[in-house]
Every structure is written in structure tokens, then in C-alpha cells.
Ligand binder design. Structure first.
Ligand code: NAD
Length: 279
């Protein structure tokens, strides 16, 4: 989508961090913006903070883990703004720990928000986008954790690899309809992702606090520090807008992480050297 002015964007996780920065950048580009989020107070403040920027910015409460709720938010957006062109499936949460010490409830929560939230967003908006025929773009937020693993945040990594794979498959499916797909894979960004537990619903149990001094506690502390020193969400948003305009599938923001991804790919391709069945 080369021209964004006058179009409409829908952004999940729009009350904070990367989602709010995307909302601001879309408003600055002259788009109508619907911010969707579960955190009501933060959402109201986010909408207020953008009021004087774009033509129209609104907010809607929306839990991306619930397909019907995302459909309701989509319909409210059509009613408010008419056709929707850019959908950012961005809401996400993180829970720390290794495969064997993360509660199953945490696995379900992270996968429900980070993976099923993207599925629900695509399903709620795709029929509408195909039908209006004006072109469109999905931006699915994954992470560098969707390109290489090793940080010990197992459900998070699993969810982000899934979003990368799904987005790669979706792009050629939607290209014939003039609908682009980008998968956003940032490294560390200065947001509130480290405080994800603030939005954890009761049905997924309590947030696990790792025992002080354990490897998990040290890992969580290290990651919190890297998030505090992360890049500005506005820089991520600027990269995303450029990617939408140029219809780029992969959206990276941290060039210094290239070597880690190359290392993974080198290990994968090296495994092909051993595929010959010994004679
Ligand atoms: N911050 C980073 O370093 C980083 C790096 C790579 C990827 N990401 C991804 O970026 C995305 C945005 O996260 P962020 O870093 O801006 O964190 P953030 O916590 O600042 O913002 C996330 C937003 O998602 C909302 N949210 C949580 N559960 C929700 C639900 N069920 N339904 C709707 N909204 C919900 C939260 O209320 C919050 O407003 C996430 O998908 C995250 O995994 C973040």
C-alpha cells in the first residue's frame, strides 16, 4: 500500500509500547486509527494522547484471545470508519522460564494471546478486506525470538516462530487480492512487555515469580534490563510504515542480531550436508 493517508488502521495492543507507537505513526500519516486493547485505563489515555494528531483516533476494548470479541471490535471499526486497510495483530505477552518449569497455564496464556490473537485478527478482517477490494496490509508482530531461540522463554519463542511461519504462508495467499503481509521481528524495544502479568486474566492462574537467585530469575532480570535499554518504539513504527508502503514481508529493526540468525540458518543448511543415506 503506497498511499496511507485517508486509509484506516486497526491495532491490537494499541494502548502501550509498539502498538501505541504504530497508532501514533498511522495518525501522523493521515490515517484513521482504532486502537484495541484489554487495558481500559491505558487505552483511554492512549487515545487521548493521539487526539490532536490524526484525523480520527478511537479506542475499543478487545481481548484478542476471544475470537468473538475480535469480531465485535472489527464490526465496531467498520461501523465507525468504513473500510479498514491496515490491521496490526500486535498484542503480545511474555512469561519467563524453561520448558519444564513454566506452568501449563502460562503456556496457554502466551499462545492464546501471541498466536491465537493473530489468527483471530486475520480471520476477523480478511473477508472484509477481500470484499472491499481497495487493497490492504496485515502486520503480524512476532519478534527476533521468532527467528532464533535460546533465551529460555519457551512459550514466547514457540508463539513467535508460529507467527513467522503463518505470516510467510499467508503472504503468497493474499498477494492476488492486493493484500500484503509483514511480519515484524524486533529485538529489544523499550516497552512494558516485561510487566505483561498486569493483564493476565484469572483463568490462566497467577503470574509465576521465579525464586531469587535461580537461573530463571537471573534470565528475567537480564531481559528486563535489555528491554529498559531497548530501542524507541517510534523507531519500530517508522520501519513498519516503510515496510507497508514497500510491501516487505520481513521487518527487522536490530541489525546487530543478524549474526545470530545467520548462525541458525548455517546450522540448518549444514544439516542438509548430512542427508545422504550412508551406503
Ligand atoms: N518490547 C520488546 O522488546 C519486544 C520485542 C519483540 C517483540 N515484541 C512484541 O511486540 C508486541 C507489543 O508488545 P510491547 O513490547 O509493546 O509490550 P506492551 O506490554 O507495552 O504492550 C502490549 C499491549 O498488549 C496488550 N494486551 C495484552 N494482552 C492482550 C489481549 N489479550 N488482548 C488485547 N490486548 C492485549 C497490553 O494491554 C498492552 O497494551 C508483542 O507482540 C510483543 O511480543 C516486543
Amino acid at each position: 500500500m503506497r498511499e496511507l493517508a485517508g486509509m484506516t488502521a486497526f491495532v491490537t495492543g494499541g494502548a502501550s509500547g509498539i502498538g501505541l507507537a504504530l497508532g501514533r505513526a498511522f495518525a501522523e500519516a493521515g490515517m484513521k486509527v482504532m486502537l484495541a486493547d484489554v487495558e481500559a485505563d491505558a487505552l483511554a489515555a492512549a487515545v487521548k494522547s493521539l487526539h490532536n494528531i490524526g484525523p480520527e483516533v478511537r479506542g475499543i476494548d478487545c481481548d484478542v484471545t476471544d475470537a468473538a470479541d475480535v469480531e465485535r471490535a472489527a464490526k465496531a471499526t467498520f461501523d465507525a470508519f468504513g473500510n479498514v486497510h491496515v490491521v496490526c495483530n500486535n498484542a503480545g505477552v511474555a512469561a519467563g522460564g524453561g520448558v519444564d518449569d513454566i506452568a501449563l497455564d502460562s503456556w496457554r496464556w502466551v499462545l492464546d494471546v501471541n498466536l491465537m490473537g493473530v489468527v483471530h485478527g486475520v480471520r476477523a478482517f480478511l473477508p472484509h478486506m477481500r470484499a472491499h477490494g481497495e487493497g490492504g496490509h496485515f502486520v503480524n508482530t512476532a519478534s527476533m525470538a521468532g527467528m532464533q531461540s535460546g533465551l529460555g522463554f519457551s512459550p514466547y519463542t514457540a508463539s513467535k516462530f508460529a507467527v513467522v511461519g503463518m505470516s510467510e504462508g499467508l503472504a503468497p495467499q493474499l498477494a492476488p487480492f492486493g493484500i500484503g503481509v509483514s511480519v515484524l521481528c524486533p529485538g529489544f524495544v523499550r516497552t512494558r512487555i516485561g510487566e505483561s502479568g498486569r493483564n493476565r486474566p484469572e483463568q490462566y492462574g497467577a503470574t509465576q515469580i521465579p525464586e531469587p537467585g535461580t537461573p530463571t530469575a537471573m534470565l528475567v532480570a537480564m531481559i528486563d534490563e535489555m528491554i529498559r535499554n531497548g530501542i524507541d518504539p517510534a523507531d519500530v513504527a517508522a520501519r513498519v510504515l516503510a515496510a507497508i508502503r514497500a510491501n516487505e514481508l520481513y521487518v527487522f529493526t536490530h541489525p546487530e542480531m543478524r549474526a545470530e540468525v545467520e548462525g541458525r540458518f548455517a546450522a540448518i543448511t549444514a544439516a542438509f550436508d548430512k542427508t545422504a543415506v550412508p551406503g
